[in-house]
Design a binder for this molecule. Structure first.
Ligand code: BG6
Length: 465
């Protein structure tokens, strides 16, 4: 839709930036922290582990000072479950509480709204050893963790996010730390338990702190049909149901998407649903939708002899026999790491989600992972990142004009951190961290050109992109 006159970004727009605990904090075994599934990662193929990462744990004051200089209005970060509950349940580690208390206080002192993700890929190892999300006990453990967080931080933190990218954990469990060789059946049983757990968490927050807001943070993207063939449209719609709408439907309406349920029945994937589960799912309501958006996908009806192929990551799947086959989109370029670049796709995705759910939306992730070069004078010229983000902000503004209630935009990531599976070479931040895959050096911070650009964007409330 063309708009003759563009409305500006809303006055209290949350100009933010994101990170997650296991990718940025380091200090993996300090001050009483227990082990998470991510701590099992060993350096491999020239890629670092998650033990030191950006060493944010020891640079926290400096990092918040830089956020203040940038003018951030919101900072999305996650709380490491094992810093609070080293064994996943049981005794609370007061040093963990103190760390996040200090971070939250510093943010608030600097007028930066904390947006807290409760769980971002770092399940406590102790729970994983007992079966992880396949074990129903993990539902109670999660709700207990939430209770501890809401009790300690609920008076200071207004915006909460339940589970980061539940859909990607289900679809790419080996990449995102929920286990090797997880069968599809098990993945959807785990998924069901996460639905019950997150609904209970939403209900709990509303009971304990009625003024706080909570929502999910799946990875959502528009799926395009490769042609105008009705069969390609069917493939695109079904994949979209399985990849996207299954999740938002469950969080918002407390029900299983019927197209997905038919797929489950066809393939013997229906999860076991215990009495009370659906009531629990219907009992939790998000106040807003978090949305991680990186790239769209284009698909066609699969050939009859399509083979099941393993692999792929958050943004690259190959297809599902009988449902869809991924194809390249000749209209779109790709990043250095093979992810499609589609700023207009952000507008498409936002409009689809807004018209399906009619809830405020917070973009919880979007950004460009690329190799950056630190020059001798300490500068980093990441004009490619500025270009990427500028185009996505332009489309976000158009989406607002299309009627989307967009409350904020938190690019991934505030600072360089360890990518989920591609180490430190793939950088996303406005702030550069001086380290390599195998030499952590002192993790000295440098401002990239995108830092100054984003500062100006925030100062002008998005007028000067
Ligand atoms: C999202 C995750 O999938 O994408 C982040 O929530 C992740 O944790 C981000 O870092 C970018 O992906 P990657 O694989 O490049 O780190």
């Amino acid at each position: 839709m063309h708009h003759d006159h563009l409305k500006p970004f809303p006055k209290n727009f949350l100009w933010g930036a994101s990170t997650s605990a296991y990718q940025v904090e380091g200090a993996w075994n300090e001050d009483g922290k227990g082990m998470s599934v991510q701590d099992l990662t060993e350096p491999h193929d020239g890629i670092t582990d998650f033990k030191v990462t950006s060493d944010h744990y020891h640079h926290m004051e400096e990092d918040v000072a830089l956020m203040a200089e940038l003018g951030l209005k919101a900072y999305r970060f996650s709380i490491a479950w094992t810093r609070i509950l080293p064994e996943g349940v049981g005794k609370v580690n007061q040093k963990g509480i103190a760390f996040y208390d200090k971070l939250i206080d510093l943010l608030l002192e600097n007028h930066i709204e904390p947006v807290v993700t409760i769980y971002h890929f770092d399940l406590p190892l102790a729970l994983q050893k007992e079966g992880g999300w396949e074990n129903r006990a993990t539902i109670d453990a999660f709700v207990h963790f939430c209770h501890v967080l809401f009790k300690n931080f609920g008076k200071k933190v207004k915006y909460w996010l339940t589970i980061n990218e539940q859909n990607m954990m289900v679809l790419h469990s080996s990449v995102l730390g929920t286990g090797e060789d997880v069968s599809e059946k098990s993945a959807y049983q785990q998924c069901h338990h996460m639905f019950v757990a997150s609904s209970k968490a939403m209900a709990l927050l509303h009971e304990m702190h009625p003024k706080c807001k909570i929502g999910p943070a799946p990875n959502i993207t528009a799926i395009y049909p490769a042609s105008s063939k009705p069969e390609d449209m069917a493939a695109a719609y079904e994949w979209s149901c399985l990849r996207n709408w299954l999740y938002y439907d469950a969080y918002v309406y407390g029900r299983y998407n019927p197209v997905v349920w038919a797929y489950f029945e066809e393939h013997d994937l229906c999860p076991t649903i215990e009495p009370g589960d659906m009531e629990a799912m219907r009992g939790g309501h998000p106040d807003y939708l978090g949305m991680n958006y990186y790239a769209t996908e284009t698909v066609q009806a699969p050939p009859a002899d399509m083979e099941v192929s393993e692999g792929g990551d958050q943004q690259t799947t190959r297809g599902i026999p009988g449902m869809y086959e991924s194809v390249p989109n000749p209209n779109l370029g790709k990043t250095q790491y093979g992810w499609t670049v589609d700023p207009v796709g952000l507008r498409n995705t936002l409009c689809q989600a807004a018209s399906r759910y009619d809830l405020p939306i917070l973009i919880t992730e979007n950004g460009l992972g690329q190799h950056d070069v630190l020059e001798a004078d300490g500068s980093i010229h990441d004009d490619y990142r500025i270009d990427f983000l500028r185009k996505h902000y332009e489309q976000a503004r158009l989406a607002i004009n299309d009627g989307v209630d967009l409350i904020g935009f938190c690019p991934w990531s505030y600072i360089d951190l360890v990518s989920t599976h591609e180490g430190f070479n793939k950088r996303y931040g406005f702030v550069y961290v001086d380290r390599t895959e195998d030499d952590v050096k002192e993790c000295k911070r440098y401002k990239k050109d995108s830092f100054d650009w984003y500062k100006k964007v925030i100062q002008t409330n998005g007028e000067d992109l």
